[in-house]
Design a binder for this molecule. Structure first.
Ligand SMILES: Cc1ncc(COP(=O)(O)O)c(C=O)c1O
Length: 439
C-alpha cells in the first residue's frame, strides 16, 4: 500500500466479526466496523476530509484559518488536515471535557477557544448562547474562515453515504445487514450509512444510541439534546436507545479484553447497546441475523475518563458517592428552588452557593458570593464525603438546572438535610431578572 498523502488512507476500514462466544447471541453474526482505524483515529476523519476538501485551495490562497465547533475527533482530524495544508486550525467549544484530547489538540498547534456557553455541543435553539452566536458569525457570507460546519453540513452525511455505508455492503457480499447500530453525535455517520443500507434492505433495523439523561459519553449527545442537532432526522432511526457510562465502559472492556479491539467509550456503548437490543428480541430473530455496529474511535485518550468513573479498574478504591449511581427517581425528587424563592432564601438562610459551571462561564456572569467548583471537581470532592457541615445550607447552580439537580440528589443521599438545586439554572435566574456579577 503506497500513498502520496495520508488522506488517501481515510476509509476502507475493516469489518471484524465478533466471536459468538463473546456476545452469546444465538444465530447472530455480529460485526464491528472499525472506524477507529482511520489514520487520524476516528469515524470523523471521513467527514472532516470530505467537508474541508472543497474549500482548501481557496483557504490556502487566502491564508484562512480552518474553524470548527468541536471538542473531540472532528477537531483532531481537522487540525491534522489544516496542518497538512499549512493552515492554522481553531476549535471553538463550550468546554473541553476530555483533557487528553485538549492536550493533543494543543500539541497539534490548534487554537482552542472555550466559550461560556450552556451546552457541550452547538444547540441552535439557544439563541443567546455564545456558541450559537459564534456559529452565526462564522456562517455569515464573507467570513474569513474555512468553517466546516459539521452540525449542518450535508457533506458530513455524504462522506458516510459514499464511504462507510457502501463498504459495509461490499464486505457483506452485496447485502445490507438486518440490524445497524451507531452512536449519534452530529448524526452524520448514522444518517449516511442508514440511507445506503436501506437502499439494499428496506427492512434493516436502525438503532441510534445516545447517552442516558445527564450522562456524558464523549463524542455523542444525550437523550435530551439529540433532537437539537441540525442533521438529526428522527425518520432515520427505528429506535433511539440510551446507554449509560457504565455500559459504555463495560463494552470497552469486552472489546479490548476479549476481542483485541481497543475501542473508546462510544465503541463500547455501541457494542453493549447492540447486544442488549438483540438479546431483547432474540426469540424472534430470523436465522441467521446479521448486525453491524460502529467503533468510532480508540480507547487511549479516555483512561482519565474511565478512571473517574471506575477507579477500581486502576487498583483504586471504588467510587462511593457518585452521581452515576443515582436513580432517575432520586434525581427527579431532588430538592430544588425557583430563582424567586432562592433570592429570599439567600437573604435569610445565607446558603453556600456553589456554581458548577466552567470557569469561563462563571467569570462571565455569576451570583454574587458564589463559589465556582466545576461539576467534575465537585464530584471528586464528594467522593471523600461531605466537604461542608450538615448545618450549612447549600444552593447548587449550573447552566439549566440538570447537573445541579443530580448533585442536590447526591448530597441528599449523603445525608445533607438542606441542599437545593437552582431550578432552571443560571439561565432561569438571569431570565427572572435576578442580579448577576462578572469578574
Ligand atoms: C467518539 C465518537 N463517537 C461517535 C461519534 C458520532 O458520530 P456522528 O457525529 O457521525 O454522529 C463521534 C462524533 O464526533 C465521536 O467523536
Amino acid at each position: 500500500m503506497r500513498y502520496d498523502s495520508i488522506t488517501e488512507a481515510i476509509g476502507d476500514t475493516p469489518l471484524v466479526r465478533i466471536d459468538p462466544s463473546v456476545h452469546g447471541l444465538r444465530n447472530v453474526d455480529l460485526y464491528a466496523k472499525l472506524e477507529m482505524l482511520n489514520p487520524f483515529g476516528s469515524v470523523k476523519d471521513r467527514a472532516a476530509w470530505h467537508m474541508a476538501r472543497p474549500g482548501l485551495p481557496e483557504a490556502v490562497r487566502r491564508g484562512e484559518t480552518v474553524v470548527e465547533l468541536s471538542s473531540g475527533n472532528t477537531a483532531k482530524a481537522l487540525a491534522l488536515i489544516a496542518g497538512l495544508h499549512g493552515l492554522p486550525f481553531k476549535s471553538v467549544t463550550n468546554r473541553m471535557r476530555v483533557p487528553e484530547i485538549k492536550d493533543l489538540l494543543l500539541l497539534l498547534g490548534a487554537e482552542i477557544e472555550e466559550l461560556p456557553g450552556q451546552s457541550e455541543c452547538l444547540d441552535p435553539m439557544l439563541t443567546e448562547d455564545p456558541l450559537t452566536l459564534f456559529h452565526q458569525e462564522l456562517t455569515r457570507p464573507g467570513s474569513a474562515h474555512l468553517h466546516t460546519d459539521q452540525y449542518f453540513n450535508a457533506r458530513n452525511t455524504q462522506a458516510h453515504a459514499e464511504g462507510t455505508g457502501p463498504e459495509i455492503v461490499a464486505d457483506l457480499q452485496g447485502r445490507a445487514p438486518d440490524w445497524f447500530v451507531a452512536c449519534v453525535g452530529t448524526a452524520g455517520s448514522s444518517t449516511g450509512v442508514a440511507a445506503v443500507l436501506r437502499e439494499h434492505n428496506p427492512d434493516v433495523r436502525v438503532v441510534g444510541l445516545v447517552a442516558r439523561k445527564s450522562e456524558f459519553i464523549p463524542g455523542i449527545r444525550n437523550i435530551d439534546e439529540v433532537h437539537e442537532v441540525g442533521l438529526f432526522d428522527p425518520g432515520t432511526y427505528d429506535t433511539i436507545e440510551a446507554v449509560g457510562t457504565d455500559e459504555a465502559i463495560d463494552g470497552m472492556l469486552v472489546l479490548a479484553r476479549r476481542c483485541g479491539i481497543l475501542a473508546g467509550p462510544t465503541g463500547g456503548a455501541a457494542y453493549t447497546g447492540t447486544v442488549r437490543q438483540l438479546r431483547a428480541v432474540q426469540e424472534e430473530l430470523p436465522e441467521p441475523t446479521t448486525a453491524v455496529f460502529i467503533v468510532c474511535d480508540r480507547g487511549e485518550s479516555y483512561t482519565g475518563y474511565v478512571r473517574r468513573h471506575r477507579p477500581e479498574l486502576f487498583d483504586r478504591p471504588p467510587v462511593k458517592n457518585s452521581v452515576a449511581t443515582l436513580t432517575d427517581t432520586e434525581v427527579e425528587s431532588a430538592p430544588s428552588i425557583t430563582p424567586r424563592a432562592a433570592r429570599e432564601w439567600l437573604a435569610t438562610a445565607r446558603p453556600l452557593v456553589i456554581d458548577l459551571r466552567s470557569p469561563f462561564a462563571y467569570a462571565a456572569l455569576h451570583i454574587e458570593g458564589s463559589l465556582n467548583i466545576v461539576d467534575e471537581l465537585f464530584g471528586e470532592l464528594l467522593r471523600g464525603g461531605l466537604p461542608f457541615g450538615k448545618r450549612q445550607p447549600v444552593l447548587l447552580a449550573c447552566p439549566v438546572g440538570d447537573q445541579s439537580a443530580r448533585y442536590a440528589a447526591l448530597l441528599t443521599r449523603m445525608g445533607h438535610p438542606d441542599a437545593r438545586s437552582l431550578a432552571g439554572g443560571i439561565i432561569a435566574w438571569r431570565d427572572a431578572g435576578a442580579p448577576l456579577v462578572r469578574d
